[in-house]
Design a protein around this ligand. Structure first.
Ligand code: LLP
Length: 402
């Protein structure tokens, strides 16, 4: 985990815009992007930011300015990317379980299309034939990632076309004239084990040999960042070296020279985001002490949904004596951010900070209990910019016919 933004700056943001508040650090995002570029310099991949992690248009604009493309799972993510000025050829549309209508619209928008099932591949081939080359998502039957909910490349996963069904893909190509311009895999999120990446890479390269004229190998995202102090993320430099050597060997053996794409989400924004909340209630119950804060799993669902650890700091009382707390939210069912967490004494009104809140934080938030979503601010060289206003009661009514 990085040292991160200063408590002074975070407290200032909380004073200006109140809590709960999401705060993002622009320079951190730039540095994460550069780390990937450095690690993979030997084969110069194109990076497509997986914007499902955090899709505020201001963040998308930063990614675009850095030179990244955007990986999108819905047409609305495509539209948000275009709003940020990203051209169609730098957008990938990688949906799952959507109908042909969405693919037809994606064709009209001109984005790269990644198809992950045989029935759509067939329909797409029939409708567009060789006029619109596509990528195909392969399910490599590899179990990878931090937990089963975020593993996407195993045999029982709904994603991709099984690597055992490549013949069926080739039959669609033969029958419809469809051009497969690239193959894609994404095996999971929070992959620390480099061997898993190498296994996936070798498998996709072997599969690629079965297609003529293939140009792109898209290796998805999934790089792990540390969430717990002292924890290690993916060793990117080591990964870059191993991948470069696999590419070189493959090139020497086959003459194939592919363009490599990656789709990092978490790695680019997780560590660069903070959720600031305020302690409302300190409850000394017989068995434990609860800190009740002005937020809940409606704003940051990861602890309740994945049992994810998010580091918490009490920036209002950093020198306080450490005590053990359950940090809980204000939602009407079990809503625990942290169990038995040691924190400098928390007093009503103290501002607590959840770290690693940039990825899948605001993005997975909801209005459960008719509570509104937080505001979002971007810090650019100490300048605090509001990039989404806090929702209001009127936002809850919007769209309702009353
Ligand atoms: N590409 C594809 C096709 C994906 O499905 C994903 C994530 C990514 C790229 C980006 O993966 P990342 O680099 O962020 O690990 N909500 C969960 C993570 C779900 C990831 C889903 N797909 C969480 O909060 O841990």
């Amino acid at each position: 985990m990085k040292a991160g933004l200063s408590s002074e700056l975070l407290l200032k943001a909380a004073q200006l815009h109140n809590t709960p508040l999401y705060v993002y650090d622009q320079q951190c995002i730039q540095s994460q992007y550069q780390q990937l570029q450095t690690a993979f310099a030997a084969f110069q991949p194109s990076l497509f930011y997986a914007c499902k992690a955090l899709s505020n248009v201001n963040i998308l604009r930063i990614m675009h300015q850095l030179g990244a493309g955007i990986d999108c799972v819905s047409l609305n993510e495509v539209r948000l990317s275009m709003t940020a000025g990203v051209p169609a050829d730098k957008i990938i549309f990688t949906p799952n379980s959507v109908g042909m209508d969405e693919y037809v619209e994606a064709v009209a928008l001109g984005v790269n299309i990644n198809i992950d099932n045989l029935s759509i591949l067939r329909d797409f081939g029939k409708q567009f034939g060789k006029t619109y080359p596509v990528l195909v998502r392969i399910n490599p039957h590899i179990l990878a990632g931090g937990n089963i909910k975020i593993s996407t490349g195993h045999e029982d996963s709904k994603f991709g076309i099984s690597v055992t069904q490549v013949d069926a893909i080739k039959a669609v190509v033969a029958e419809t004239g469809l051009v497969v311009k690239g193959l894609h895999i994404h095996t999971g999120s929070e992959i620390k084990d480099i061997d898993v990446y190498i296994k996936g890479l070798e498998l996709v390269l072997a599969t690629a040999q079965q297609f003529d004229g293939l140009e792109i190998i898209d290796l998805g995202g999934g790089f792990k960042v540390p969430y717990v102090p002292g924890e290690k993320g993916t060793d990117l430099l080591a990964l870059g070296e191993r991948m470069a050597s696999v590419f070189n060997q493959h090139k020497q053996a086959t003459g194939a020279n592919y363009t490599i794409w990656f789709e990092p989400g978490k790695f680019l924004v997780s560590d660069c985001g903070y959720l600031l909340v305020k302690a409302n209630v300190i409850k000394e119950a017989p068995s434990r002490t609860f800190v009740g804060v002005d937020s809940g799993f409606n704003h940051l669902i990861r602890p309740m949904f994945y049992e994810a650890y998010h580091h918490i700091e009490n920036i209002s009382n950093p020198q306080g004596i450490n005590k053990t707390y359950n940090v809980v939210g204000n939602i009407c069912e079990t809503d625990t951010f942290a169990w038995d967490r040691s924190l400098p004494e928390v007093r009503p009104g103290d501002v607590l900070v959840f770290r690693n809140a940039g990825a899948y934080g605001f993005e997975m938030s909801s209005r459960f209990n008719s509570r509104v979503r937080p505001a979002e601010v971007l810090i650019d060289n100490k300048e605090i910019k509001l990039i989404r206003r806090r929702e209001t009661f009127e936002d809850l009514l919007q769209g309702q016919i009353i």
